[in-house]
Design a protein around this ligand. Structure first.
Ligand code: FRU
Length: 615
């Protein structure tokens, strides 16, 4: 049985993420440790307990843990086992091996030749057996209202679909550490896109074909794949020495993914990953977009049954941003300017090569005839590069399948430049808030994506903790309070008019001088977010940054709708969704104030509302 946690249970459960000190008390109860060499140790489970807690020291090299059950190799995981100190512990779930002999043959990678030294590793004294996990949050930077994994590392959102009133969000998950490794799919689900029931067991685990990399899920209404009518099918990349494409379907009885025994269903002679498929009703066949990563193009295939694929076309060679590998595609139709005109959007995540360094999401607008995507050209006859989000922390964004009348996307709120280094331990990385997409025609005649926070987010609004109307702005800032609860997490809606000012600045800060500055600059008609002094930034020299988005306004007026959580700020165009900037911020102390000023002239704060978060 898969264990699902709702928030109440999440808080009520007792006992994981032990510190070195508390874990040491029970060390080696029911565990036998035998050292075989300077870098080889056998750990045998002799006692009872559902979870074997593996002590982790993040700065160490990965040890290879070969899991042997009744003498047979069950698989291996790579874990940064503790040498000098225990940062936190990660659970190895033993439930499926109940009643069997479990032995771990562990190969560490330390520079040493004597077994005596090996015996001193902190891992051996702190490895424990426990019956339940203490999942209580131990992190100040754990978001209040953004989705995070219960523990461990997370990157891309995967296998997103909507069915029977629930949103399903799978994700790239390392359940054995807080850095990228051991890719499984974790999965959460929600009825409102805000409160997520999070699983603590993997949805799809690595197998003989390799790790489980990114992919998509869709409902196979006609049963074309042979798994049954209306069955959820996932397609993902199995990644080992090479990358191949695999299928799994959800058993309607158990709700669990069952990996297809005929995998792989698609192989190529070069690196290709992150399959994203949809059913093309008109043509009566599946369409698959696959990232031909190193070739920096997207391949488009069709299939009658998800198992036999025909390559139809390739898009993107030499087009758009080409500074890094192309990953995580998505392809879907959207209406233009709220009319019946339909254009197709090809989402193409890119790493590195984003506008502010590292990872980012570019997209192309064009037409799709069932086999080939053709991008619209700009006035000069070129294919323009467009960015879905102008912050630094928006990657691997793709959409939910099987929605009606809306296209909802979620991204991974980080950047490969520093994702493994951000200042959290128990878990690493959150998702962006859910957003709904539309298309609009900009003054330059081009069609762009409009991004609006999903309507469900309005339910998060709590008390109004600060508000203002029609205030004249100058160099002397007007200062308002942020909520005292939830480390200042809030929604801020500010309508501003630049009048004669060169810039209007909204400074989210605290008494220690930490600040994130959101500015509207009417001269070049941009909105920027400056996080250079936002708090803890030194973990990577790529982190302090100013990111800038075109505001697309014509009249010097802009409405900013901003979502602040414990470690992120998402700034949307609150009127038409014409820009969005998503950035992580790690204030050492919570932000407490919002100060608004204008430089170089007068401006107007037409309206301001600051809502606490009701989660
Ligand atoms: C994007 C990505 C994907 C890949 C996954 C592996 O962030 O590199 O291309 O499938 O992460 O975790």
């Amino acid at each position: 049985m898969k264990t699902i946690l709702n928030k109440a249970k999440f808080l009520a459960m007792t006992a994981l993420m032990s510190t070195a000190a508390s874990a040491a008390m029970a060390a080696n109860d029911g565990i036998e440790v035998n050292h075989l060499g300077a870098n080889n140790t056998l750990v045998r489970v002799t006692g009872q307990g559902r979870y074997l807690m593996l002590p982790v020291q993040e700065s160490n090299d990965e040890a290879v843990i070969n899991i042997i059950v009744d003498g047979k190799a069950e698989g291996k995981i790579n874990v940064r086992l503790a040498k000098n100190k225990v940062d936190h512990s990660m659970p190895l779930d033993l439930q499926k091996y109940e009643g069997k002999n479990v032995v771990l043959n562990i190969v560490t990678k330390h520079d040493r030749t004597s077994m005596r030294e090996a015996k001193d590793d902190a891992a051996w004294n702190n490895i424990t057996l426990v019956d339940s996990l203490n999942l209580e949050n131990i992190e100040v930077y754990r978001p209040i209202y953004h989705h995070t994994p219960v523990y461990g590392w997370m990157n891309d959102p995967n296998g997103m679909y909507y069915a029977d009133g629930r949103w399903y969000l799978a994700y790239q998950w390392n359940p054995y550490g807080s850095k990228w490794q051991n890719m499984n799919w974790g999965e959460s689900s929600s009825t409102d896109l805000i409160h997520w029931d999070r699983s603590i067991t993997p949805a799809i685990e690595p197998d003989g074909l390799g790790m489980v990399f990114s992919g998509s899920a869709a409902i196979d209404h006609t049963g074309s794949a042979g798994f049954g009518d209306d069955v959820v099918v996932a397609m993902f990349t199995s990644a080992d020495a090479s990358q191949v494409q695999s299928l799994a379907h959800k058993d309607p009885q158990t709700g669990q993914y069952v990996v297809y025994e005929g995998n792989p269903v698609l192989t190529l002679e070069s690196e290709a990953r992150d399959p994203n498929m949809f059913w093309n009703e008109e043509a009566g066949q599946w369409v698959l977009t696959l990232a031909h990563a190193l070739d920096k193009e997207m391949l488009i295939f069709t299939s009658p049954d998800l198992k036999n694929w025909t390559l139809q076309s390739a898009f993107g060679k030499g087009l758009g941003a080409q500074g890094g590998v192309w990953e995580c595609p998505d392809l879907f139709p959207l209406n233009v300017d709220g009319t019946d005109q339909v254009k197709w959007m090809l989402v193409c995540n890119l790493n590195p090569g984003g506008p502010f360094g590292g990872s980012a999401t570019q997209y192309f607008i064009g037409d799709f005839d069932g086999k080939t995507f053709t991008a619209d050209l700009d006035a000069d006859g070129n294919v323009p590069t467009k960015w879905l989000d102008h912050g630094k922390d928006h990657y691997a964004t793709v959409s939910f399948s099987d929605t009606t009348g809306r296209r909802t996307v979620i991204g991974w709120m980080s950047n490969w430049q520093y994702a493994n280094e951000v200042p959290t331990l128990q878990f690493r990385s959150a998702n962006t808030l859910p957003r709904d997409l539309a298309l609009f025609t900009a003054p330059d005649g081009q069609i762009y994506a409009a991004t609006t926070p999903s309507p469900e987010l309005e339910a998060l609004r709590g008390q109004i903790v600060a508000q203002a109307k029609n205030k004249s702005l100058g160099t002397k800032a007007l200062t308002y309070s942020l909520p005292a609860s939830n480390r200042g997490a809030c929604e801020i809606i500010a309508e501003i008019e630049a009048e004669t000012a060169d810039s209007v600045n909204l400074i989210i800060g605290n008494a220690s001088g930490e600040k994130t500055v959101v500015s509207y600059n009417p001269t070049d008609n941009t909105v920027s977010v400056d996080r250079r002094e936002s708090g803890v930034t030194a973990f990577s020299e790529e982190f302090p940054a100013v990111t800038v988005a075109p505001a697309f306004t014509a009249d010097g007026k802009v409405t900013l709708r901003m979502f602040l959580d414990t470690s992120s700020l998402e700034v949307f165009d609150g009127k038409d969704g014409r820009f969005v900037l998503t950035n992580l911020v790690f204030p050492a102390n919570p932000y407490t104030t919002l100060s608004v000023d204008a430089q170089g002239g007068r401006a107007r704060l037409t309206s301001l509302k600051v809502y606490s978060i009701n989660f």
